[in-house]
Design a protein around this ligand. Structure first.
Ligand code: NAI
Length: 214
């Protein structure tokens, strides 16, 4: 499989497939047809078949898809068959909320440490972690095989902190700071802006209002 030839639209639908398949798995459902999946996911059955054809199909004519197999294959494509070690930089509102959310671990994302520059927070217990000073960052990253850093710090410091983390060996960023990081090409960055999602919601409300006006 050449992932480069698969469209971003398909890749962006995979986490949603995975979520629904996880629910089916939890309910001990072993097999699902594309039309059943289309009903629960509100997608057309042909869209689903087309999406899965990008990865060689996964299904059998007249039989449908084996839920466990499909789940495992999509998880593999998303790299979720591996375990990731994360640290959070910024133990404020957002950093603490993420640290407290247990479900990431179910998908193989393990929070190993949380750091902050504010000494008043040092030693504070957040779930099973204690907030550590930034001075301990370098050793911690090396000793704990950290591959992802979550940035929940203000934009004014995010670029510099990201540089420091790259020098320590961090290969990927889940960036909540509202700034574009300046990192080498081989470093992966996923920017998250909750406000984008809210703006999309606002657009939808707005379009609905406009429809009613007509
Ligand atoms: P907060 O003020 O509660 O927490 C920020 C923490 O970062 C503080 O504990 C502070 O001491 C620490 N910090 C500041 N500079 C640092 C540095 N150089 N090194 C280490 N720690 C440092 O803020 P909150 O609400 O948790 O938000 C964090 C950031 O995330 C803000 O910049 C905010 O704009 C952004 N944000 C982004 C969202 C998104 O959807 N992308 C949503 C909400 C917040």
């Amino acid at each position: 499989m050449d992932e480069k030839t698969i469209s971003q639209a398909v890749i962006s639908r995979l986490p949603r497939y995975l979520r629904y398949l996880a629910e089916l798995k939890d309910n001990n459902i072993e097999r699902v047809s594309s039309s059943e999946l289309s009903q629960i996911m509100n997608l057309t059955a042909s869209q689903i078949r087309q999406d899965f054809n990008n990865f060689g199909g996964f299904g059998q004519q007249g039989y449908g898809y084996k839920v466990n197999y499909l789940y495992d294959e999509i998880a593999k494509i998303l790299g979720l068959d591996k375990t990731h070690h994360l640290i959070i930089i910024g133990a404020g509102n957002l950093g603490q909320a993420l640290a407290n959310y247990m479900n990431f671990e179910r998908r193989g994302f393990h929070f190993k440490g949380i750091f902050d520059s504010n000494e008043k927070l040092h030693g504070k217990k957040i779930r099973d972690m204690y907030v550590q000073p930034m001075e301990d960052l370098e050793n911690f990253v090396k000793e704990n095989d950290i591959d992802i850093a979550v940035l929940t710090i203000p934009k004014t410091s995010a670029v510099k902190v990201a540089e420091q983390l790259v020098n320590c060996g961090v290969k990927a960023f889940w960036n909540f700071a509202h700034v574009d990081l300046k990192v080498p090409k081989d470093i992966v960055v996923e920017n998250v802006h909750l406000s984008d999602s809210l703006m999309k919601l606002s657009f939808k409300i707005n379009s609905q209002d406009n429809d009613f006006e007509h």
